[in-house]
Every structure is written in structure tokens, then in C-alpha cells.
Design a protein around this ligand. Structure first.
Ligand SMILES: [Zn+2]
Ligand SMILES: [Zn+2]
Length: 290
């Protein structure tokens, strides 16, 4: 039995709907899947229903953008309570930041005489977590660029005319947000960050796991992070980071995480939920025996 624990839908910058994602997971013979859209959990309810009908185990998740020591990091949260009020409030705030960033990118494009309109990006994104890939797609659709690569190279990459720095919360805050929602916090694709020195500090701040298996990790890189997981006693996860058809070939099915890792993740989440319930209950315990 295998799982893919890193998947995106059209609730962020993926192209599949939650139903299409579940169908793809089934077609690739997966037993379990996790939805990890950027800064949102909105697709989880539909994905859970579609997975259930397809006979698959569904794990609610998200991928939060954060930073540690000036490095951008992505924190995956698994088994979160997707109705948690503070999680939803924070998510709404991140989404507003994302939308304002799109407006700023479009303004900078206009300043270099590319008359793209923010509405064109928002219409195309059709979600509350729009990002740079949506601006790239809008540039191609409007005929300002021939390809998505060209859009990034000419305008959207760091230090290009339409690049706008992204607000990021600290990695510790992202992990705390995941934990207080009953979830498990995992460092996404560490091989893409090239900043292993942040790991010990994150472990101290409560990191639960590390994504050892990822489409962009070579066998040697995966092995390296398996050793780090072992050294720091971290849970091991893996996923394809499939964005549907937006980045060429769909990646779902290219990473097959053995199911035993899902069981360990689940056990950690259930310990956390028990601890949260106890500490919430403790507030109402009688003081001085009254
Ligand atoms: Zn990521
Ligand atoms: Zn991702």
C-alpha cells in the first residue's frame, strides 16, 4: 500500500479539481492521498468526499509558506482540523496578502508597459490563494508571453521587473498554527531549499517530520534526508507535489510512499489531538477542589 502526501488542486495553483485528483489517485493505485494546497484547506472537504467514494483514505493538509533565517520554507500540515477557527482566520489573512501581491505584480507589469489587468489574473486563478503561476498563465493567455517559462524569465523571477517579495510568517509560527489545529508539521522538499542548517532550530521549535521523498529529490538526496530524519527522530513523508497539468506532465503516482509512514503520521496526530483535548479540558477543571 502506498500514499502520495503532497498534492495540489485548483484551490491553489494546481489544475485538477478535488474530484479529478481523487480519480487520478485511484488510477495510480494509491491507497491514501493528502491534499496540500498553498495557504488553504478549502479543497479538503470535497477531496475527502471524492476519496471516500473512490475507496481511498484521505488526509487533510495544507502547505504554508514560511521563513527561517531569511530562507523561504514550506511547512506541510497534516491531519489538521480544517474547521479550526484560528487556522481559518490566519488562512484568510494569508490569502489577502496573496491577492494584494498579485495586484502589486500587475502594477509593476503595467509600469513596464505590459497592460495586464488584475481581474484577468483573478478570473483565471478562480481561487482565494492566487500566486505567481497564475500571473504567468495570464501573461501567456493574453499573448504577452509565449510560454510560462518566458513569463518567469522575463518578468516574474526574483529581481525581474514584476517580482514582488512575499510576506512570510516564521517557520515556528507556521508549525504552531499546525499544532494548535491538531496537525503534524513537516518540512517540505528540503532538497530544494539547500539550507540544512535551519533544521536543528526547527526541530527545537517542534518540527514533526521531513519530506524525504519528493519528485525533485534524487535518490542520493532522499537518502541524505532519511539520515537526517533518523538523526533527529523525525517522521518521514513523501509526495509528488503534483500540480496537475500546469507544470507539464502530471506528477501524481511518481512518488509512492510506503503506507507505514502514514500510520506513524496518524499516530503522532492522534497524540497531539489528545494532548490538545487534555489542555483544553484542564482550563475547566475545578480549582482548589471546588
Ligand atoms: Zn512547496
Ligand atoms: Zn507543493
Amino acid at each position: 500500500m502506498f500514499a502520495d502526501l503532497h498534492l495540489h488542486t485548483n484551490f491553489s495553483d494546481g489544475t485538477y479539481s478535488p474530484e479529478e485528483l481523487a480519480a487520478q489517485a485511484r488510477a495510480h493505485g494509491l491507497a491514501a492521498l493528502a491534499l496540500t494546497d498553498h495557504d488553504t484547506v478549502e479543497g479538503c472537504e470535497r477531496a475527502a468526499r471524492a476519496s471516500e467514494s473512490a475507496g481511498l483514505e484521505f488526509i487533510p493538509g495544507t502547505e504554508l509558506t514560511a521563513e527561517q533565517d531569511g530562507n523561504e520554507l514550506h511547512i506541510l500540515g497534516y491531519f489538521l482540523d480544517t474547521q479550526n477557527q484560528r487556522l481559518l482566520t490566519e488562512i484568510a489573512r494569508f490569502q489577502l496578502v496573496r491577492q494584494n501581491r498579485i495586484r502589486e505584480m500587475v502594477a509593476r507589469l503595467q509600469a513596464v508597459h505590459v497592460p495586464l489587468q488584475p481581474e484577468m489574473v483573478f478570473a483565471l486563478a478562480n481561487c482565494r490563494s492566487p500566486g505567481r503561476p497564475h500571473v504567468a498563465r495570464a501573461l501567456v493567455k493574453a499573448g504577452f508571453c509565449a510560454t510560462l517559462d518566458e513569463a518567469f524569465e522575463r518578468f516574474l523571477k526574483k529581481n525581474r521587473p514584476a517580482w514582488v517579495p512575499k510576506f512570510k510568517m516564521s517557520a515556528a509560527d507556521a508549525m504552531e498554527l499546525v499544532h494548535q489545529s491538531g496537525g503534524v508539521a513537516v518540512l517540505a522538499h528540503p532538497g530544494l531549499n539547500r539550507s540544512d542548517e535551519v533544521i536543528p532550530g526547527m526541530v527545537e521549535a517542534g518540527l514533526d517530520g521531513i519530506e524525504c521523498f519528493h519528485t525533485k529529490h534524487s535518490t542520493a538526496v532522499s537518502q541524505h534526508y532519511l539520515e537526517i530524519a533518523d538523526r533527529f527522530k523525525l517522521l518521514v513523508t513523501g509526495g509528488s507535489d503534483c500540480h496537475g497539468l500546469s507544470k507539464g506532465k502530471p506528477l501524481i503516482g511518481t512518488i509512492k510512499l510506503p503506507y507505514q509512514h502514514v500510520e506513524r503520521l496518524k499516530a503522532r496526530a492522534s497524540e497531539r489531538k489528545t494532548a490538545l483535548a487534555i489542555s483544553a479540558g484542564a482550563k475547566f477543571l475545578p480549582v482548589n477542589g471546588q
